[in-house]
Design a protein around this ligand. Structure first.
Ligand SMILES: CC(C)(COP(=O)(O)OP(=O)(O)OC[C@H]1O[C@@H](n2cnc3c(N)ncnc32)[C@H](O)[C@@H]1O)[C@@H](O)C(=O)NCCC(=O)NCCS
Ligand SMILES: Nc1ncnc2c1ncn2[C@@H]1O[C@H](COP(=O)(O)OP(=O)(O)OP(=O)(O)O)[C@@H](O)[C@H]1O
Length: 207
């Protein structure tokens, strides 16, 4: 793979590679592979889990807006999910609590890694929330729908209705693929996915 070329204005350090993809497409798995290649990764979902977990900074604000959805273990995500998924006004209220805090954590991550050649921002809603404009390039993890469905339906607490509600919130996979600079295929053996990620990481290191 040849070194990735972007306009000079995008060549500041660190180069930011946005990693995204729909539910169950393999973002977390791909992110771990980038880390294994020595590329620092900011994981937006993991940050949400920290903020909503035991003692998390957002637990009180979420309890105030969504009473009965938190306990000693922090936010009960099944309960909170039932209150917001399929209810656009409620989801927007939750996002207004969560997204600014995630944005601040992301800024701290970028400041910590400003000397690096390349970093990855693993952002599930990169296209949905306009974040694609703030990264140098976008990599999309993607697999056939039947693979996605099989993976997601194995998860505890998942139902066909919840899967449908989440898919309805997300930019369709075919649109993400069309807008991507790199498509990482995850419907194949992990060794092949890892090989693809190694090639992407090396083309940014060589930039
Ligand atoms: C609704 C919540 C409680 C459901 O939690 P749960 O553990 O059941 O599901 P999980 O977080 O694994 O999400 C499942 C899938 O839904 C997607 N998803 C989550 N929130 C959103 C959203 N606001 N819009 C679109 N998709 C979303 C995730 O990317 C993932 O693909 C949780 O997702 C949440 O707090 N969401 C709001 C914060 C957010 O926007 N997170 C995603 C980006 S940082
Ligand atoms: N080639 C592959 N690449 C990535 N994941 C794979 C691959 N083959 C199988 N998998 C499996 O697919 C699943 C993908 O789950 P993962 O948590 O990475 O998805 P995700 O996109 O982060 O999900 P979510 O959006 O719900 O957080 C994992 O169980 C992983 O082991």
């Amino acid at each position: 793979m040849t070194p990735y070329k972007r306009p000079a204005s995008r060549l500041r350090r660190p180069f930011i590679l946005g990693l995204t993809g729909s539910i169950g497409m393999g973002k977390s798995t791909a992110a771990a592979m980038f880390e294994r290649e020595g590329v620092p990764v900011f994981d937006a979902d993991a940050e949400v889990h920290r903020l909503q977990g035991p003692g998390g900074a957002l637990v009180a604000a979420i309890e105030a807006r969504f009473p009965g959805t938190t306990g000693p273990g922090g936010v009960d995500r099944q309960k909170l999910g039932a209150r917001v998924l399929g209810h656009p006004h409620e989801l927007a209220a939750l996002e207004a609590i969560v997204h600014p805090a995630v944005g601040r954590a992301q800024k701290r991550f970028l400041a910590r890694h400003r000397a690096r050649a390349v970093v990855v921002l693993d952002i599930p809603l990169l296209f949905e929330k306009g974040g694609a404009r703030r990264v140098g390039a976008v990599a999309v993890v993607s697999a056939p729908l039947w693979v996605q469905r099989k993976r997601v339906m194995r998860r505890p607490g998942m139902t066909a209705a919840k899967f449908r509600a989440i898919r309805a919130l997300q930019t369709p996979d075919r649109v993400k693929r069309a807008r991507a600079d790199f498509v990482i295929e995850t419907g194949r053996p992990k060794s092949e996915t890892h090989r693809q990620i190694r090639a992407i990481a090396s083309c940014f290191r060589a930039r």
